[in-house]
Design a binder for this molecule. Structure first.
Ligand code: ZN
Length: 356
C-alpha cells in the first residue's frame, strides 16, 4: 500500500456505478492529483469514502489544495498507474509537512483551482434496454408529440455536424438554467422566475445525427452536452479563444463521426431533445474500469474493530505496508512518498483537522 501527496487539480463528483464482479451498485468518485513535475495520477474513492468526502469544501478552498491520501492500492490500467482507496485510507487536506512550501510555490496559479469534471457516461445494460423503444433516424423525424411527449425513445446514430447558426451556449439563470433576458433600460440580466441573476454559461447545441439512410437534428443541452464534450460549459467558455460565437471549440468538434446511443424525447414544439447520450458499445468497453478494492470480509471486520479501539474518532488508521521501494516507485519521487508521511504523523494531523 502507498501514500500519495500532491495537488488536487480536478474531481468527478460521487456517482453510482455497477461493480462488474458483484453486479451491485457502489458509490465512486475520482480525484486527479499532480506532483511537482505536473504528472497526474487518478485516485478512485469507493464506498463510504466517496460518500463522505466533502467535495464542496475542497471546491471552495483557495488554491492550491494539497492533500495526503494514505493506504492506497496502486494498479496499472492501460499503461497508467491509478490508485484506489482501501479500508486503510485517510485523506488529509493541506497537511503541515515540509514539502508543502514547494507545492505552494508551484501550484498557486489561477489554473490550479480545483475543477469539477462532468460525470462519466452510464450506459443502460442489455437488461435495461429490453423494454425500451428504439427508433431509426427516419422514424425520429416523424415522432408524434401527442404520443411521445413524455416518453423516451432510443436511437443509435453517428454525429454528422453541429449547426452553429445559434451558437453553442447561452447565459443561463444560476438557479433554473433558463435563458436570461436583458432588461431594456439597465442591461441587467433577468430570469422570468428568479429576477436579476448572475449568468452561468449553459451549453445548447443543435446536433445533426445520421444513420445509413437519414438525418435528423436534435437539441443537446446542459449536463448531457457537458458529458459528451467531457468538459463543463463554464470551463469551455473560459478557455475560449474563438473569433465568433459560431466557431466550435475543439472539444465539441472532436465528437463528430462517432456513433452514440441517444435517449431522446420530443417537446411541445416537435423538437427532439437529447435526454441522455452514451458512446456506442464498441468504444464503451475500453472506457470502464469498475473494480473497487475487495477485502476479505473476515479481515475487514477485525481491522475495523482494531481501528475503532485505537482511535475512536478517526475515519481510519494509516498502516502502510513496510516494503522496499522498487525502482518504479522511486522514480515517481515526491508524488508517492510513503516515508515522508509516517502513520503517526498522519494520525496526529487527522486529529488536528477534526479539532479545527
Ligand atoms: Zn431562474
Amino acid at each position: 500500500m502507498q501514500d500519495v501527496y500532491g495537488c488536487i487539480k480536478s474531481l468527478i463528483p460521487e456517482h453510482q456505478v455497477t461493480v462488474r464482479h458483484t453486479g451491485k451498485l457502489e458509490s465512486k468518485c475520482e480525484i486527479f492529483v499532480e506532483n511537482l513535475r505536473r504528472e497526474d495520477i487518478r485516485i478512485t474513492f469507493w464506498g463510504d469514502i466517496a460518500r463522505k468526502f466533502d467535495m464542496e469544501r475542497v471546491k471552495q478552498l483557495s488554491p492550491p489544495v494539497l492533500a495526503v491520501f494514505t493506504g492506497l492500492r496502486l494498479t496499472k490500467f492501460q499503461e497508467r498507474v491509478t490508485a484506489a482507496t482501501t479500508c486503510h485510507t485517510c485523506i488529509i487536506i493541506n497537511p503541515d509537512i515540509p514539502i508543502a512550501n514547494e507545492y505552494k510555490a508551484e501550484f498557486s496559479k489561477a489554473g490550479d483551482k480545483v475543477k469539477v469534471l462532468p460525470l462519466p457516461f452510464k450506459r443502460p445494460t442489455v437488461e435495461e434496454m429490453k423494454d425500451k423503444t428504439t427508433k431509426s433516424v427516419f422514424e425520429l423525424n416523424t415522432l408524434d408529440p401527442n404520443i411521445y411527449m413524455n416518453k423516451t425513445v432510443y436511437c443509435t446514430a453517428s454525429i454528422l455536424r453541429f449547426p452553429v447558426h445559434n451558437g453553442w451556449w447561452y447565459r443561463g439563470c444560476s438557479k433554473c438554467f433558463k435563458q436570461l433576458k436583458q432588461r431594456e433600460n439597465s442591461g441587467e440580466l433577468i430570469c422570468p422566475k428568479h429576477d436579476v441573476q448572475i449568468a452561468v454559461p449553459c451549453c445548447k447545441v443543435y446536433v445533426t445525427i445520421r444513420d445509413d439512410n437519414n438525418q435528423a437534428t436534435l437539441i443537446l443541452m446542459g449536463r448531457q452536452a457537458e458529458q459528451l464534450f467531457g468538459i463543463n460549459c463554464q470551463d469551455l467558455v473560459n478557455k475560449r479563444l474563438y473569433p465568433t460565437e459560431q466557431t466550435l471549440p475543439e472539444e465539441i468538434k472532436k465528437t463528430t463521426d462517432e456513433t452514440y446511443l441517444f435517449e431522446i424525447t420530443v417537446n411541445e414544439y416537435s423538437e427532439l431533445m437529447v435526454r441522455n447520450i452514451f458512446p456506442s458499445k464498441q468504444s464503451f468497453a475500453s472506457m470502464v474500469e469498475q473494480t473497487p478494492t475487495t477485502v476479505p470480509p473476515e479481515r475487514l471486520s477485525t481491522e475495523r474493530k482494531r481501528n475503532i479501539e485505537a482511535s475512536g474518532k478517526a475515519l481510519c488508521i494509516v498502516e502502510p505496508e513496510k516494503k522496499a521501494k522498487n525502482e518504479k516507485e522511486t522514480k515517481r519521487g515526491a508524488m508517492i512518498s510513503a516515508s515522508s508521511v509516517s502513520s503517526s504523523a498522519s494520525k496526529e494531523q487527522l486529529q488536528k483537522e477534526k479539532a479545527d
